[in-house]
Every structure is written in C-alpha cells, then in structure tokens.
Design a protein around this ligand. Structure first.
Ligand SMILES: Nc1nc2c(ncn2[C@@H]2O[C@H](COP(=O)(O)OP(=O)(O)OP(=O)(O)O)[C@@H](O)[C@H]2O)c(=O)[nH]1
Ligand SMILES: [Mg+2]
Length: 311
C-alpha cells in the first residue's frame, strides 16, 4: 500500500466532508477568512485588490468534518491577460466544489459586482451560503440598509446567510456549523494534519509578493511576479534566491529604492515571515528583472506560474 493510503484514515460513521470554494469580489476578505478557519497563514492578504492570483487549498479537519477550502482570485473586470486567467480560474472553481461560500463586504450594501457574481453562482446551480464579512466595520446607522440588501440577494436565491468577521473571528464558529451542516457524509480527502496542498516554495514566493503589495504603491503591486529560483539547505541555514519580475525599468527603480532601501525593507520583512513558515533560519537574496508586458503574454504568464486551471 502506498504512503498516501496509510496516512489517510477511514472516516468514522457520520463524518462529513467536501470542497468549499470562497468566491467574491477582490478585497472582501476571502483569503483572510481561509487563514482564520484553517488556523494558519497559508494565503497572503493585503488591502490591495487582486492579491490572490492562484487557486489555493486550505484544509480544516475536526472530529466531525473535513472541509477543503478553495481560495480564489477576486472576480473583477479583467484589464489584461493575467486578469482574464485569474477570473477564469475563480469562475471555474465554482463547478468543482460541493458548496460555494459567496463572501461579500458586509460593511457596505450589496453592489453591482456582487449581483453579477450572485448570478454567475446561481447559473452554476451549486449549493451556496452567502457570507457577510467585515461586520466589525459596519456602522450602526448603515446596518439596516446593509441587512436589507443582502437579505434580498440571498432570499431571491434561497441561500442561507451568515455574518462574521474574519479578523476578529466573531461569528466564524456559527459559519463553520453552517458549512458543516450543508456538506454530505464523506471521506477524508487529505491526511487529517495537512493544512494546505501548496508547496513551501510557492508560499515563500507569495510572502515576498505580500511585502511588495504592502510596501509599494500604485501600479507596482500589480506589475510584480515572484519566482523562487534556488533553495539550498544545510543544517544551519536555508539559502534562497528569488527573482522579482516587473514590467518597466521605472518599477524596478521603485522596488530597489534609494540606496537599495526598499529592497532591504521588503527582504527583511519577507525573510522573517519565511522563517516562521519553515521554523528555521533563512538567508534571502532578491534580484529584480524587467520583463516588458509579462501580464499580456500567455507564455510568460505560464512561466511565472499563472495558467488556466481546468479542474
Ligand atoms: N476590518 C476587517 N478587515 C478585514 C476583514 N477581513 C479581511 N479584512 C481586510 O481586508 C483586506 C483584504 O483582505 P484579503 O483577505 O486579502 O481579501 P481577498 O478577498 O482575499 O482579496 P483578493 O485576493 O484580492 O480577491 C485586508 O486588508 C484584510 O486585513 C474583516 O473581517 N474585518
Ligand atoms: Mg485573496
């Protein structure tokens, strides 16, 4: 028998399981919620819209249930080839799951973007829960209008509705109960102690990209891709060489900063995050390369890890 079979136990009587896609507009808190629910930072998050670029699985296993969350890029009007691939991958995730958790920003009433996504999900005919996130930011005077707009969005489609905050954790216990209840009895899909299917290398590259999203402005965050070129481990330290790809020399200059100050700040914060991830010491070397119009080029997108996912 292979290792895979020996590490996945047989589920007990009454155990439930399934795949749950987190779908919604950019910046509503999908990745923050997934990290909170699985109890570990596996997806990067930032105040910049379009942070997530790949479908990521995060696994939560309890005595009663195994939920495989599929975090997706925010659905938006694409401006370039990269955006099209992201939206395509988010939309197709709806069709491969047992349940959709449609996440909206519950601090503001439903908008046209939400209605568009609601229709997209409805057409796929997948069971759906509407999740109102960021309730910690809701102003009391707005509460009634917000509740009414989402009650209509959910009520028109017979979707149950849950309010919560992914940052404070309020309401997330009830959300988990709701999701568990909506799943059918089923097996373990992954070993009970697995949190994500993503390789460490991928998360490392993402932690560097997260620092760029947090520390740079305007067009730079969206024009960046990060690739881990080399990882060398010895007993004392892990040496990592990472390439940061931008579209223009002006963006490279911003990333490097005066006397290398920006690069230093990004590298130092990313290194600390990466050390937490591997629980060991890291020496991180970064270099910046200009690759004109990479976001428009199918072949360059593939090289940088952004390809259409079919299932
Ligand atoms: N106040 C508050 N902020 C939140 C909450 N959830 C997420 N945020 C913040 O909202 C911003 C966006 O969060 P993300 O988790 O990156 O959003 P996302 O939906 O994954 O965004 P994309 O990957 O771009 O689609 C971050 O600055 C989060 O800290 C919440 O419940 N309350
Ligand atoms: Mg995200």
């Amino acid at each position: 028998m292979s290792d895979l079979f020996t590490t996945i136990p047989v589920a007990p009587e009454g155990f439930r399981s399934g795949f749950v896609a987190l779908i919604g507009r950019p910046n509503v808190g999908k990745s923050t919620l997934m990290n909170h629910l699985v109890g570990q930072k596996i997806a990067i998050t930032s105040p910049v819209a379009q942070t997530t670029r790949n479908r990521l699985r995060g696994v939560l296993t309890t005595d009663q249930v195994q939920i495989v969350f599929v975090d997706t890029p925010g659905i938006h009007k694409p401006q370039h080839q990269l955006g099209s691939v992201l939206v395509q991958n988010a939309s197709s995730a709806i069709r491969i799951v047992d349940l959709v958790l449609f996440v909206v920003d519950g601090s503001v009433p439903a908008g046209r973007g939400d209605a568009f996504i609601a229709d997209l999900i409805q057409r796929a005919g997948v069971p759906t829960v509407l999740g109102l996130n960021k309730v910690d930011r809701q102003l009391p005077e707005d509460a009634e209008a917000i509740a009414a707009s989402y009650a209509q969005l959910a009520g028109d489609r017979d979707w149950p509705l849950q309010t919560f905050s992914a940052t404070t954790g309020a309401g997330t216990g009830a959300l988990l109960e709701q999701l568990t209840h909506a799943l059918e009895p089923g097996p373990y899909y992954y070993p009970p102690d697995l949190i994500t299917d993503q390789p460490e290398r991928f998360i490392m590259a993402e932690l560097i990209r997260e620092q760029i999203l947090l520390q740079t402005r305007e067009e730079v965050p969206h024009s960046v891709a990060v690739v881990i070129e080399r990882v060398e481990e010895d007993e004392k330290i892990t040496r990592i060489l990472a390439m940061i790809c931008v579209e223009r020399p002006s963006q490279k200059a911003i990333l490097i900063g005066k006397g290398g100050s920006m690069m230093k700040a990004i590298g130092s914060e990313a290194r600390q995050q990466m050390q937490k991830l591997i629980d060991g010491k890291i020496y991180l070397e970064l270099f910046v390369k200009v690759q004109p119009k990479w976001r428009q080029s199918r072949s360059q997108l593939e090289e940088l890890g952004y390809r259409p996912e079919s299932e």
